[in-house]
Design a protein around this ligand. Structure first.
Ligand code: PLP
Length: 441
């Protein structure tokens, strides 16, 4: 067996993703096992998971139903070709997803990650308009500070400058809505902020410039996560929906983070009562255990593709591992665990407690804003003059040393624990953050 307890003595070959490689390799932070709410480090320390891994381990770690499903499936059918062939689990899983999806989402396209889900959704949007005779609709509208993964489609509609500036021209025909982070008006708001719904009207300005007949879709995260937790102002998503509908533009919700219970409802579309035309998911769909993503579309969109001769492929797109049997087994085990433990709505019960605990950090050193929704929280710190990101990164390292995994983006600490967290563990996590804030410069 591959021995996870051996500490690698040469860290050189592995080029780590989204990591300060040189800093990491001087002082590695390694996990060797995990159970429920905790990781264990190479030196045997327990670390409380305040981020559900990377916003994905919604049911907690090494859950028996999921582990068992993977084990069994690996010995039964390890792989089946994804193109022109099928296997029952992919169909069963798609049906199970449609059962819990927001009303109107009737078909599922499988991918292996959030980035692939996003690029799949963008391609579906453009191809859909073409299939219905409006091939002039090719433009895509994203949003400043949006994160939609790292593939070319995703970084083109995304709005995080560091993820875009190194990569040339990106996709053409993309415009961006303004972000909705208005700290001067909304700082320390509990839950959804009051101010900023009118920022959705910027879509009208973009339509006036380019004409609706050239625009295929708008893509937004209902709650932006990776950019540091930016919430939609009250009424903002409703307004976006209305403007998209008025102009025949598809609305895509990127629910890679918000899907599968993060806000206390199965999807953000349920939470906000706004139904998009396409939903992208990944992460929580398989509890992060095995790569898996799913794109949900309406019957209308799906059926538009189902024309032409029967023997013809309707959509020239797919991945070798779309609907991989072991990923489907893991994801079915995940859905069962969510269902048995009520995890897709557990965040609703815990949200008030979570909110109070988070906001108790107001007044701690350098805290300039606190934001929360469902089981997501953000603590924004004033940057050290001339050294942006350093203060939050120091907090991250100190928290790890103290026994809590937090996440930072810029100078923002983001928290998103597994949905199984107890009130006692919420206190513990927030106490770690409090101590760390008092300890960093
Ligand atoms: C909203 C959103 N979309 C897409 C992605 C990309 O997912 P992946 O890293 O699985 O490609 C992420 C990842 O954090 C995300 O938060």
């Amino acid at each position: 067996m591959y021995h996870s307890r051996v500490v690698p003595n040469d860290l050189n070959a592995f080029w780590m993703p989204f990591t300060a490689n040189r800093q990491f390799k001087q002082a590695p932070r390694m996990f060797v096992s995990a159970k429920d709410m905790h990781f264990t480090t190479t030196d045997g320390r327990k670390v409380l998971d305040g981020t559900a891994g990377l916003w994905c381990v919604n049911a907690g770690h090494c859950r028996p139903k999921i582990t068992e499903a993977i084990r069994e499936q690996a010995g039964e059918l390890d792989y089946a070709p994804a193109f022109q062939m099928g296997h029952p689990l992919a169909f069963e899983f798609a049906n199970r997803l449609v059962e819990i999806a927001p009303k109107g989402m009737e078909h599922v396209f499988f991918t292996n990650s959030g980035s692939e889900s996003v690029d799949t959704a963008l391609k579906i949007a453009i191809a859909y308009h073409r299939a219905r005779g409006e091939g002039s609709r090719f433009r895509l509208i994203g949003r400043e500070r949006g994160y939609h993964g790292v593939n070319f489609g995703g970084i083109s509609v995304g709005g995080i400058v560091t993820n875009r500036k190194m990569f040339g021209t990106l996709l053409t025909g993309v415009a961006h809505l303004p972000h909705t982070h208005l700290p001067e008006k909304n700082a320390f708001t509990k839950g959804v902020p009051e101010h900023g719904a009118e920022l959705a009207d910027e879509l009208e300005r973009i339509v006036a410039l380019h004409d609706a007949s050239t625009i295929a879709a708008v893509i937004v995260e209902p709650v932006a996560g990776s950019t540091g937790v930016i919430l939609p102002p009250k009424g903002y998503l409703q307004r976006l929906r209305e403007i998209c509908t008025k102009h025949g533009i598809l609305l895509i919700f990127d629910e890679v983070i918000t899907g599968f219970g993060r806000l206390g409802a199965p999807f953000a579309a349920d939470y906000f009562g706004v139904t998009p035309d396409i939903i992208t998911t990944a992460k929580g769909v398989s509890n992060g255990v095995i790569p898996m993503g799913a794109v949900f579309v309406t019957k209308e969109i799906h059926d538009t593709f189902m024309n032409g001769p029967d023997h013809m492929i309707e959509f020239f797109h797919g991945y070798t591992y779309s609907g991989n049997p072991i990923a489907c087994a893991a994801a079915l085990g995940t859905l069962d665990t969510y269902k048995e433990e009520g995890l897709l709505t557990r965040g609703e019960e815990l949200a008030p407690y979570w909110e109070d605990a988070l906001h108790s950090l107001k007044g701690e050193p350098n805290v300039i804003d606190i934001r929360n929704i469902g089981l997501i929280g953000a603590i924004e710190l004033a940057p050290i003059a001339g050294q942006p990101t350093k203060r939050a990164f120091s907090a991250f390292v100190k928290a790890f040393e103290r026994g809590a995994l937090i996440r930072t983006t810029g100078d923002i600490i983001a928290l998103s624990p597994p949905l199984i967290i107890t009130k006692g563990q919420i206190n513990e996590l927030i106490d770690h953050v409090r101590e760390v804030l008092r300890a960093v410069d």
